[in-house]
Design a protein around this ligand. Sequence first.
Ligand code: BYC
Length: 310
Amino acid sequence: MSFEKTFQDKVDQDIRIEPKDWMPDAYRKTLIRQISQHAHSEIVGMLPEANWITRAPSLKRKATLIAKVQDEAGHGLYLYSAAETLGISRDEMLGQLHSGKTKYSSIFNYPTITWADMGAIGWLVDGAAIMNQVPLCRASFGPYARAMVRICKEESFHQRQGFEILLVLSKGSEAQRRMCQDAIDRWWWPSVMMFGPNDDASPNSELSMRWKIKRFSNDELRQKFIDVCVEQVKLLGMTLPDPDLKWNEEKQHYDFGPIDWEEFKNVISGNGPCNKERLAARVQAHEEGAWVREAAMAHAEKKNKEKNAA
Ligand code: BYC
């Protein structure tokens, strides 16, 4: 039996592929692409929220937001580790991020301009992330799937804390209610775009579905997300900024309005509202952290020498 066939048989039988197993080059390549971009999204995703740590409206809110941002760093680390098992180094992945060669999620190129944005990010952005990531817990590549289990548990907490921020604002003063609606209006369409291009314009989907990296298509997940949000927004007494949202009895799903794919393309090609700012902040943090990496290496080397001398 060919290596290729043994591999596909395992995938078809839902037997996990592990780092030392034989795998097609294209499978390895697409996993490195997806997992590293996912890791980058987690660490770039820390930036818009970190922006509000000093301005959170209470000590409790500040503590919760710090914990959430810290969780995102942890997610990035699990994911970089999972990608490293495929034979790429963390340095190389970070180099690709900093040079603009690899992408990170479009969503983090939008600004966070009011406190309500922390609620909208938790509810909508983490909500979209969960919808996309729960199926990834069953991805065919073992290290990725296992990393996703813990990530999803934490994302689910993030989503609830975001919704609760909006719930409090939605019951507040007129100005707070306006702030809540404004944040939903600004984050809705970018969140809908997070799922990626329509299925017929998604070049990676066919193979990723065959290899069970992806279990649902971009459009299927987007539809599920929209269906859930239409119900949840009612609890806030707010609205979603789409006049075309309408229950479709035949499909048993909500119809929705056209997505601005021009905007999406612009954002993923580096021209969104905050792309330059986000990358500059990442590069600066990396450069300022060089001494920590050097100190850790020197310490490891010293310990190694001591061990060898003993
Ligand atoms: N943004 O063929 P397609 C988070 C790219 S972090 C930018 O459908 P695929 C969180 C795509 O990469 C959320 N680029 O691709 C963190 C491809 O370009 P390349 C991140 C996008 O891979 C902190 C091209 O468009 N989640 O949750 O089959 C705080 C064609 O697309 C986007 C993940 O990364 C986008 N939105 O499907 C809070 C999940 N969409 O790579 C929350 C893991 C598409 O060929 N990733 N592109 O140059 C995935 O599930 C899949 O990679 C995607 C795209 C569904 C995103």
